[in-house]
Design a binder for this molecule. Structure first.
Ligand code: GDP
Ligand code: IMO
Ligand code: MG
Length: 419
């Protein structure tokens, strides 16, 4: 068996949570491979909305194994909150949630360091979710980090040593903080993690594959936030791309099967950094309003703009996407025209390959489509799509060279059209 991977092709929030939940019945195991509680994955069914941060989006289906992989960074305090909320909803987690002992821990001082670093950057701040992601991955690659497995041995001593080191680092910043506030709930969080099955999940996942069990790897963030290929430095601190599923779960590249690349029919971004097709006018406001574009983790309004084919083709290339999934087609209903970026113009030169940097003064070339006036939220098959939407889909498929296999027309599980 192979591991199929579902990942974001834009700047995150494409709708990964919804689609993982929709696809879960086809799989035995769902595994998160990177990121941490900077993610906010939304699912909706039976008129209830759920937002997940650490826990894989397969958790609402009984008898499926959900794994938090070694590439994830886990905050005990946020994790416990999420567990409590799910248990209050009657979801039994201890039976079907497994955590890698190699996943790194986000400590209270990582969150403080994140805040101090952002504050010191002033106008050039990343726009981090302030969940301590950057400092935790820095400690991982700097070989100082603490892992879930450490909770089973001499955690207290290691914690004190690292906390002292962080406090020395914090002295370099002009930043006031109250450590007690950040540490509140840490002990309970740690006890909560220890209730779960903690394993070397790479063995577990490879054994599943050997015994013909199917695995879906769930990405967080998106390709344009990837630490290597995103719009650096305005990125997150992990490999959000398909290769991240190999390192974040311990599966070999030749074990990767389908790569589901998910994108919105337009674009959004939260936080700072370049966004070539961003709209600053009433159209952008209309997208934000119709799409309810406010962050699932921080509540921040998302920046909105048109679909960007230069960026989309780049993301498809980096990930080896085999199937596309287009989200939020319903949000584009009632626009007279829908635009798509086809090229950038940088210093007078037409650029079609996603460049090293996206300069502020760049221009964008667009092609225009006639919009569709039809409400899509009750549509149940592609035959009911207005011609204008079908043309839009065909254009994207032709340009990218990959078929669109799912079109999403609303936030609910049911509002999903299999093509
Ligand atoms: P994720 O981080 O990729 O899982 O995406 P988020 O959950 O952060 O953001 C996607 C948002 O769009 C959530 O509020 C979803 O409920 C919502 N959503 C997902 N698919 C659709 C869709 O097809 N149409 C509309 N209108 N909303 C959608
Ligand atoms: P999901 O999984 C959208 C953005 C932040 C910021 C940058 C760095 O829900 O798609 P970080 O906290 O990682 O240091 O922030 O990345 N960001 C996201 N944007 N969706 C996410 O996750 C994101 N996770 C981080 O806004 O610009
Ligand atoms: Mg999100």
């Amino acid at each position: 068996m192979k591991v199929d991977v579902l990942l974001g092709l834009q700047w995150g929030d494409e709708g990964k949570g919804k689609v993982v939940d929709v696809l879960t019945p086809k799989y035995d195991v769902i595994a998160r491979f990177q990121g941490g509680p900077n993610a906010g994955h939304t699912l909706e069914f039976n008129n209830i909305k759920h937002v997940l941060h650490n826990i894989p989006s397969g958790i609402f289906h009984k008898d499926k194994v959900n794994i938090i992989g070694n590439g994830v960074v886990l905050d005990p305090i946020i994790f416990k909150k999420e567990v409590d909320e799910l248990e209050a909803k009657g979801v039994d987690l201890t039976k079907n949630l497994i955590i890698s002992k190699k996943a790194h821990l986000i400590l209270p001082t990582h969150r403080i360091l994140d805040a101090a670093s952002e504050a010191s950057k002033g106008k050039s701040k990343i726009g981090s979710t302030l969940k301590g992601i950057g400092p935790t991955y820095m400690d991982k690659t700097g070989r100082n980090g603490l892992r879930v497995g450490d909770l089973l041995t001499d955690f207290d001593q290691k914690y004190l040593t690292l906390k002292n080191k962080h406090q020395e680092l914090l002295n370099m910043y002009d930043f006031e903080y109250n450590i007690d506030e950040f540490e509140e709930g840490l002990k309970e969080g740690i006890e909560c993690i220890k209730k779960f099955t903690l394993v070397d999940s790479e063995h577990q996942i490879n054994n599943y594959l050997k015994t013909e069990k199917s695995v879906l790897a769930e990405g967080a963030q998106g390709t344009l936030l990837d630490i290597d290929f995103g719009s650096y430095p305005f990125v997150t601190s992990s490999n959000t791309i398909c290769a991240g599923a190999c390192t974040g779960l311990g599966v070999a590249p030749n074990r990767i099967g389908e790569v589901f690349g998910i994108f919105k029919a337009y674009c959004t971004r939260v936080g700072s950094g370049p966004f070539p097709t961003e709209l600053f006018d009433a159209t952008g406001e209309q997208l934000r309003k119709s799409g309810n574009e406010f962050g699932a983790t921080t509540g921040r309004p998302r920046r909105c703009g048109w679909l960007d084919m230069v960026a989309l083709k780049y993301s498809v290339m980096i990930n080896g996407v085999t199937q596309l999934i287009m989200m939020k087609a319903d949000v584009l209903s009632n626009f007279d025209t829908v635009r798509v970026a086809t090229a950038y113009k940088i210093n007078g030169e037409t650029v079609k390959d996603f460049p090293y940097e996206l300069p502020e003064n760049m221009e964008v070339e667009y092609t225009e489509f006639k919009g569709w006036a039809k409400d899509l939220t009750d549509v149940t098959s592609k035959e009911e799509f207005p011609k204008e939407l079908t043309d839009y889909i065909k254009y994207i498929e032709k340009e990218v060279g990959v078929p669109i296999k799912i079109v999403s027309v609303g936030p609910d599980r049911k509002q999903t059209i299999i093509m």
